[in-house]
Design a protein around this ligand. Structure first.
Ligand SMILES: [Zn+2]
Length: 475
């Protein structure tokens, strides 16, 4: 028997046992072959549209998908019933893929090109249904590769609830659930394909509650003390404060309870605040000044006040060692094209955004690599990025020009445009994880970069303190 024939027979034999070596090409092909299955999963989560810490069905669906694929599941981690960790393999290296699945309140929308509510309480205006599904798809693809190629190491999926204001990942970091992780990978739905060194603002949020005295607002107002006056006085002081904070800072609030009827002096009022800046120390300072304004408002209006920390996240720490690899893989995967039907949908959406026509190049191409990114959002991936080297990407799951947290984002996310973008992310994450399993040196370099960027004095102090997860923050 010649060597050639021998190898042919051996590989046939391995194939029949489902154990033959698989190439990256085959990993990509296998992801393509599961397009419909993953689209169906994302569509289900899109329809569930469950808000932070209420994502029972969404979390269960991803858990089942991973468990059916051979992952072991630990659910309810870090005191959050909808958080879970799915794992395959053993030992080092441990590569983590992060997944999210929460929706945003008040943004229910059909998958159509005009604003039309689906009649639900919430909608996937940040595309987290795609986020969770693509990361699941990537984790499973990497598992198949590990198994068939008999590679040592662990692929781990982090099911992260309540990204939108609930800071789910912060509790996972606080509980040291990333301690043995070598690299963490994530992505985010967007209006373009990019894998730049991400940026995000550190953030602290809290609900300030004022307590007054009820009375008839016309007959005996002198007996009353208005909790709403407390909220309004606080807001006025904070709005004046805007002139005296670093200009890149962001402060925003909504009055979540302003009383019930004009003829009753409100004995209770609540305002929900966010403070953000790209340096967490600035956020801490601004937040402390906001609490002083709240105290002053309570004194001046004869009310009392307390506040509950809701969320707190670090800024995003880039890791260029892994980021560069992510960019190379995104470039090799490439963007995608619209069908005629998708083009028509996109053009209609573009018009609602005040754009003449859809910029198709943005969907087809990858944005040039940038190491100096600027962004004004926040993410609890920030805390993860200070714990382990972290890199991410975004794909064009939304029609170019669409802002996050808009009905247009919900709409596109419910169509094949969202699904196609999701698959670009799944492929890029899978390729990047595989590269990391194959390159010990790269992991070492990424770790040195993390230590250097964090600084020698770094000590992790969660911005939300020692509070338990705010499981009812959306109630
Ligand atoms: Zn998001």
């Amino acid at each position: 028997m010649t060597k050639k024939i021998y190898f042919f027979l051996v590989s046939l034999c391995c194939l029949s046992m489902g154990n033959s070596q698989i190439t990256k090409e085959e990993v990509l092909k296998s992801l393509d072959s599961k397009y419909s299955a993953y689209t169906a999963i994302a569509q289900n989560i899109w329809k569930y549209a469950e808000m932070g810490y209420q994502e029972e069905k969404s979390s269960a669906l991803l858990q089942k998908t991973l468990s059916d694929a051979g992952f072991s599941i630990k659910k309810g981690v870090a005191g959050m019933p909808t958080a879970f960790i799915a794992e395959y393999g053993s030992g080092a290296p441990v590569i983590a893929v992060l997944g999210e699945f929460d929706a945003l309140p008040g943004l229910s929308q059909k998958a159509v090109s005009k604003k039309e509510s689906l009649g639900a309480e919430a909608g996937h205006a940040c595309g987290h249904h795609l986020f969770g599904t693509a990361s699941t798809a990537a984790a499973i693809a990497v598992k198949d590769w590990l198994k068939n190629n008999k590679v040592k190491g662990t692929i781990r999926f982090y099911g992260c609830p309540a990204e939108e204001g609930g800071s789910g990942k912060v509790y996972m970091v606080r509980e040291n659930l990333f301690n043995d992780v070598d690299i963490a990978l994530h992505w985010h739905p967007n209006n373009q394909n990019a894998a730049n060194a991400g940026a995000a603002l550190a953030n602290k949020s809290a609900k300030f509650r004022f307590y007054g005295v009820s009375a008839h607002a016309a007959a005996s107002p002198e007996k009353g003390r208005s909790a709403l006056d407390g909220v309004e006085s606080m807001n006025m002081m904070v709005n004046m404060m805007r002139e005296h904070i670093p200009q890149e800072a962001r402060i925003h609030y909504v009055i979540t309870d302003g009383g019930k009827a004009p003829n009753v002096v409100p004995d209770y009022a609540e305002v929900y605040y966010y403070a953000r800046h790209n340096n967490r120390d600035v956020v801490i300072d601004i937040f402390n000044r906001i609490t002083k304004a709240a105290e002053g408002a309570a004194i001046g209006t004869g009310t009392t006040m307390d506040f509950e920390m809701i969320g707190g996240t670090y800024e995003l720490l880039p890791n260029l060692t892994v980021q560069k690899l992510m960019f190379e893989n995104l470039t090799s995967v490439g963007g995608f094209t619209y069908t005629d039907e998708e083009k028509k949908f996109a053009d209609e959406i573009s018009k609602t955004l005040g754009l003449e026509k859809t910029d198709l190049k943005t969907v087809e191409n990858i944005q040039p690599y940038q190491t100096e990114a600027r962004a004004f959002g926040s993410t609890d991936v920030g805390d993860v990025s200070f714990a382990v080297p972290t890199a991410g990407l975004s794909t064009a799951t939304w029609v170019p020009g669409t802002p996050a947290h808009s009905w247009q984002a919900v709409a596109a996310g419910g169509t094949s445009i969202g699904a196609k973008g999701m698959m670009v992310a799944a492929k890029t994450l899978a390729l990047t994880a595989i590269d990391l399993f194959e390159n010990e040196e790269l992991i070492k370099n990424a770790k040195s970069e993390l230590l250097e960027r964090r600084g020698v004095d770094f000590k992790y102090i969660p911005l939300l303190g020692d509070r338990a997860p705010a499981l009812n923050y959306r109630n």
